[in-house]
Design a binder for this molecule. Structure first.
Ligand code: SF4
Length: 176
C-alpha cells in the first residue's frame, strides 16, 4: 500500500509521501509547491504541461511507467536505473533533484539503485544523475526543505515576474 499523501497540517510526519512533482515545484518555485500542496491544480490549463505530456507519451512508447503511488517514474531499467523524460530544451537542477527523489523512494522499498538518467528528446541529450551517499543526503535534505515550505502558514513570495514564464500558476499569482 502507498504511504499517505503529505498533509500540510502534519509537516513532521516523515511517513507521509512526497512525490516527484513536489520536488520539481520546490526547485522551480517554493510558492508553486505551497499552492500545489494545498490542492490548487491549474495544470490542465497550461499548454506547456500538455506539451510535456505529449513529448513523454510519444518519445518512448514502449516504456512502462512505474507507479509508486506518491510518484510515477517514467521507467526503470535493470541496475536499477531511474529514467525521466523532459520536454524542456534546457537541463535543470530541478530535473536531477526529481530523479534523486525517485531513487530515494525506490531505495526505501528495498531496491538497489544505481543512478538515474534524464532524457531530453527535443535536444537529443541525456544527463546522468549519480546515486551515492552524497546524493542520498541531498535527496533527504530536499525532502526536509519541501516539508518546511509546505508547512509554512503563508505562501512564499512570488518569484520575479520574468522567472514565472510558462508557469501554470500565472493566473493565481499575477492575475493574468
Ligand atoms: S507564477 Fe511565478 S511566483 Fe507564482 S508559482 Fe509560478 S513561478 Fe512561482
Amino acid at each position: 500500500m502507498s504511504p499517505p499523501a503529505f498533509d500540510p497540517a502534519h509537516p513532521d510526519d516523515k511517513g507521509a509521501a512526497l512525490g516527484g512533482v513536489h520536488i520539481k515545484y520546490l526547485r522551480h518555485c517554493p510558492r508553486q509547491l505551497w499552492l500545489y500542496a494545498r490542492g490548487y491544480r491549474p495544470e490542465h490549463r497550461s499548454d506547456l504541461v500538455a506539451f510535456g505530456e505529449v513529448v513523454a507519451d510519444t518519445t518512448f512508447t514502449r516504456r512502462r511507467e512505474i507507479d509508486l503511488g506518491e510518484a510515477k517514474i517514467d521507467w526503470v531499467t535493470a541496475g536499477a536505473v531511474v529514467h525521466e523524460t523532459k520536454s524542456s530544451r534546457t537541463p535543470s537542477p530541478a530535473h536531477a533533484a526529481q530523479v534523486r527523489h525517485y531513487c530515494l523512494l525506490l531505495e526505501r522499498r528495498g531496491i538497489a539503485v544505481r543512478g538515474g538518467t534524464v532524457h531530453y528528446p527535443l535536444i537529443r541529450r541525456t544527463t546522468d544523475v549519480p546515486w551515492d551517499e552524497a546524493a542520498r543526503a541531498e535527496a533527504e535534505d530536499t525532502e526536509d526543505e519541501a516539508r518546511a515550505v509546505i508547512a509554512a502558514a503563508t505562501a512564499p513570495p512570488r518569484l520575479a515576474r520574468a522567472k514565472c514564464r510558462g508557469c501554470s500558476y500565472l493566473d493565481y499569482c499575477w492575475g493574468d
